[in-house]
Structure formats: C-alpha cells, structure tokens
Design a protein around this ligand. Structure first.
Ligand SMILES: *Cc1c(COP(=O)(O)O)cnc(C)c1O
Length: 332
C-alpha cells in the first residue's frame, strides 16, 4: 500500500523481530506453534505499539508547524509515555491530561510510566475524573496554550484516529515480508484491542494487502459488540483515508471480551499467569493492562482448542512493561 500521501516522521529503524516461542508452545501442550511480533522492541523510551502510530501523528503535527503536543491517557498510559518520548526527541513541548479511570489510582509519586513522564520532561500533567470528555479537556488546554503563543497539536487517546491507525496498516506489509522470507504460514493473528487503532489498522492492512490471515482482537476494556463497532468504524474511516476501493467486510472484525474482568487495568488471575508464563519460558516481559490480558486470551484459546491442531498463531506484543513496576502487589 502507498502511504506517501501522508506526512510521516520516521521513528522506526527497520522491522521489529518476529520470533518463535517454542518453550511456551510446549508448556501449553504443543498442540499449536506460537510466534510473537515484538513491537515491544520498537524505538522510543521503553518501546511499544504507539511508536508506529506516532510516526503519522507527529508527521502531521510537524507539517502543520506545531511546537507543542497535547495528548491524554490513563494514569499509567504507555501512549502518554511514548508521546512524551517522541516530543522530547523532536524538541516539542508535551502536555498530558490523565484520566483517573479507577478512582484513587493517580499517585503522583508512582513508579512505572508515571516516573517516566517526569524523566521525559513533560511540561504539565492535569488529572481529570474517569468518564471526562478527554477531547474537550485537551481542547481546553490547547486554548490556554494558544493564548501563550504556542502552536499546539492534539494527539487523540492512543493515537487511535485514522491518521494514527495508518501505522498499523503499514505494519502488515512488514509482517508479510517477514513471513514470506521465513516461509512461515500463519493461521491466526492475535492482537490487543484497546483504543482500537492497532486492531483497526491491522485489519485494514490485512484486507488491503490481501494477507488472508484472520485477525483476532482481545478486548482490554469493553464488551464484545461495543468494541467490534468501535474497531469497525475506525477501520472504515482509515480505509476511506487510504482511498480503498472495496468495502471492508464486517466479518473481518472479531473480538473476545472474556479476559479483562473485573475491568480496565484491574488485575486478574489470567493476566498474572500470562505475565509469569511469558517471562519464565520466553524471557519476554508483558504488561498488566494490555499485553498480559491479551496473552491470557491467547493462552485460554489455545487450551480450549479454539485453534486447529498443528496451526501456527502469531501474537502481537504491544509493549507496556514499565507498568509491571506499578503492579508489584499483584505480581510478586
Ligand atoms: C495502547 C496499548 C495497547 C492497545 O492498542 P490500541 O491501539 O489502543 O488498541 C496495547 N498494548 C499496549 C502496551 C498499549 O500501550
């Protein structure tokens, strides 16, 4: 696919590794072969999926002459950390609005990403209650900054608008190139589904590139139907931005919602087991909010026999490991 119509700031330094997980495959009974796409190893302080999206968000911001970036996220947001990281690299001011989705969860002295916000030189952090209109809050900050003579650019939560989702559309040709050169046939691709840019972009890329690999999203915060609609709408808007000629089939969007209880960012047993299994068997660090819960979904689907015997499954590691250090009580 052609992305040259869109301003893009190159943050990637080549393809992220696509590796086998033979130890974990064996530990889960050896019925299927598990592989992992290491987007946790993308550049940007401590890595993670948002870097792919931010290539396009920052591309647009810089093309508009912005000198200041505003974004939002949860109190331990990886997206906020990576936005702050690329703002630091590009000499832009960064302002964060953090949503306290779980009451009392904002701790000004917390470890994990909270520490990193400060190290990365974030200019301001404003905490708002769960359920706030985050776009309205960011616009408020933008107005204040404009009055001070700044040129702010707003990156929406998770960079999950059509511009940001382009990063995951583009990831698909990278993956297909790797699979072709490894001569590896993948039967299912499992990705976390949160603010949905990763899932939606991947589905559009798979469709546009004729990749023919079904994509499975594991929800981290919303019921199945609600999330599938969000992914579908964003995927369609992204396809439209790319001028795709054929309509994306709704059946290409599939979400599983059984793995995030009791709620977004709240620990559960499946997440704890997944974090421990990935580290013990593959020396891969997941996170408690996204990749740990998505991996819990992967593990359960493998155990339940959801995938045909002998099939090969690819899992997208979206990063987030700094958040492990804010969850000591659940993981030790
Ligand atoms: C943001 C994030 C996700 C979810 O990606 P979306 O595009 O928001 O759906 C998954 N894993 C990690 C570590 C994240 O930070």
């Amino acid at each position: 696919m052609n992305f040259t119509n869109f301003p893009r700031k190159q943050f990637l330094q080549g393809a992220t590794p696509l590796e086998a997980m033979p130890n974990l495959s064996k530990a889960l009974g050896g019925r299927v072969n598990l592989y992992i796409k290491r987007d946790d190893l993308l550049p940007g302080a401590a890595g993670g999926n948002k870097t792919r999206k931010l290539e396009f968000s920052f591309g647009e911001a810089l093309s508009l002459g912005a000198d200041t970036i505003i974004t939002c996220g949860a109190v331990q947001s990886n997206h906020a950390r990576l936005t702050a990281s690329w703002a630091a690299k590009e000499n832009l001011e960064c302002h964060l609005i953090l949503e306290e989705r779980v009451k009392g969860s904002y701790k000004p002295n917390a470890s994990g990403n909270n520490l990193l916000f400060h190290l990365l030189g974030v200019k301001s952090i404003r905490v708002v209650p769960g359920g706030s209109n985050m776009m309205a809050e960011m616009e408020k900050t933008a107005e204040d900054l404009k009055k001070q003579g700044k040129k702010p650019y707003i990156v929406p939560g998770g960079a999950s608008n059509p511009v940001g989702a382009l990063g995951y559309v583009a990831s698909v040709s990278e993956i297909l190139q790797q699979l072709n050169s490894m001569q590896l046939k993948i039967d299912s691709y499992v990705v976390p589904s949160g603010s949905a840019g990763t899932h939606a972009g991947t589905v559009v890329g798979m469709f546009g590139e004729n990749g023919n690999i079904p994509v499975i999203g594991i929800n981290v915060s919303r019921p199945k139907d609600v999330q599938e609609d969000i992914v579908y709408n964003l995927a369609n808007a992204t396809a439209k931005l790319l001028n795709l000629k054929t309509e994306l089939p709704k059946g290409n969007i599939e979400c599983f919602a059984d793995y995030f209880a009791p709620g977004y960012s709240l620990p559960n047993d499946g997440m704890v087991e997944a974090v421990k299994l990935f580290s013990k068997h593959e020396a891969i660090l997941l996170d408690p909010v996204y990749s740990g819960k998505a991996a819990a979904g992967l593990i359960d689907l493998v155990r339940k026999g959801h995938f045909k015997e002998g099939s090969s499954i690819l899992f997208l590691h979206t990063g987030g490991s700094p958040v492990l250090y804010a969850y000591l009580d659940s993981l030790l």
